[in-house]
Ligand binder design. Structure first.
Ligand code: ADP
Ligand code: MG
Length: 332
């Protein structure tokens, strides 16, 4: 073997070693985990395996951080502390929580109270796993405390106060949208161009699926596991609120987790409401709102919001589309 070919061989060995050792592999990196009482998932395209996997971890860490701050199921969350003390004295919420509560209150104004985080004075009496629900007298008494105007924010002091004893807030109708929006913001800042972050019924898409739109399935609200339709989307948020997520049936009545603030009972008339738009916090809050408002009022609200569209399935299985959507052929 001459010196030249020995050198070439050594070079080849080194190159092969480097190729094996370097984690460079453009691919999809993904995972799904139970979190926030639902499933959180992420799928992202990255050129580098180590970075791709690290970013997946970052998304779960962020979702976990937000859950610890905002979950009413955790005694030591800031929200739980607010619920315990804000009727007696202002409680420091911190800028992030204060901003999200402010956005929730803004949606209450926008929806004339259909979206209202104080729904929890009634909501707290439900346990869907054990089929527990409040009796009529409890609903009646708690209903007076469902009023977003009883929540007072002091932005300068960073505090929340309640104007009456017994008021409670719960961000269940907006926090998952915040998680997916935060997740995508984090990925975008890291240079990711193609991703989807999902928390339960809320998804935020970043870019497309490398040359093709993401295909988002909207569940058939009465056929478990079936998809009522598939919507091609990119760079959008999409949220669905349904009466099939947390519920129990009793004497032919479905008791589910979306409360109509005006009656204090689960909203009726709609089986699922999907809202598509540029911001996941808004699509989450709006899907809950449209569910409460019903087909007519809900679609009228969406028509006033530029960039937002909706798909509503009513209690007859009839599907309604907002004006900016092209219904699939055969759907009407
Ligand atoms: P999910 O994605 O969990 O199905 P939705 O976006 O439909 O959630 O929101 C339902 C959740 O919103 C409920 O579990 C509850 O925490 C909260 N919620 C229920 N009714 C209202 C309401 N009228 N306004 C604001 N939030 C509500
Ligand atoms: Mg929602």
């Amino acid at each position: 073997m001459d010196k030249h070919s020995a050198h070439l061989q050594l070079t080849l060995v080194i190159v092969a070693f480097l190729l094996l050792a370097m984690p460079v592999r453009a691919d999809w990196y993904a995972d799904a985990r139970p979190l926030m009482g639902t499933e959180v998932s992420v799928r992202l395209w990255h050129e580098d395996a180590d970075t791709g996997r690290r970013l997946v971890e970052d998304i779960f860490a962020e979702a976990n951080r937000i859950d610890l701050l905002m979950s009413t199921y955790k005694e030591d969350s800031r929200i739980s502390e607010i619920n315990r003390h804000a009727a007696s004295a202002p409680v420091v919420a911190g800028e992030e929580l204060l901003q999200l509560i402010q956005r929730a209150l803004d949606v209450s104004v926008l929806t004339a109270g259909a979206f209202d985080i104080t729904y929890d004075s009634v909501g707290q009496h439900y346990d869907f796993r054990t089929h527990q629900r409040p009796d009529a007298a409890t609903v009646e008494a708690a209903r007076a405390l469902i009023d977003y105007r009883l929540v007072r924010l002091d932005v300068a002091a960073g505090t929340v106060a309640f104007a009456a004893q017994g008021v409670r807030i719960n961000l269940g109708g907006i926090a998952k949208g915040y998680v997916v929006e935060r997740g995508v913001t984090l990925l975008r800042a890291a240079g990711v161009q193609h991703a989807v972050v999902t928390a339960g019924g809320d998804s935020r898409l970043l870019g497309d699926r490398r040359g093709q739109p993401w295909m988002v399935g909207i569940r058939d609200p009465r056929k478990d596991g079936n998809v009522a339709m598939t919507v091609p989307l990119q760079d959008e948020a999409v949220s669905t609120s349904g009466d099939y997520e947390r519920y129990f049936d009793e004497d032919g009545v479905r008791y589910h987790h979306i409360i109509s603030p005006s009656t204090g009972n689960p909203a009726s008339g709609v089986h699922s409401a999907t809202v598509i738009g540029p911001d996941g916090v808004m699509t989450d809050a709006l899907s809950t709102s449209v569910f409460v408002m019903g087909v007519d009022r809900g679609l009228r609200l969406i028509a006033t919001l530029s960039g937002y569209e909706a798909i509503v399935i009513d209690d007859q299985g009839q599907i309604y589309f907002s004006d900016g959507l092209t219904p699939p052929s055969g759907a009407l």
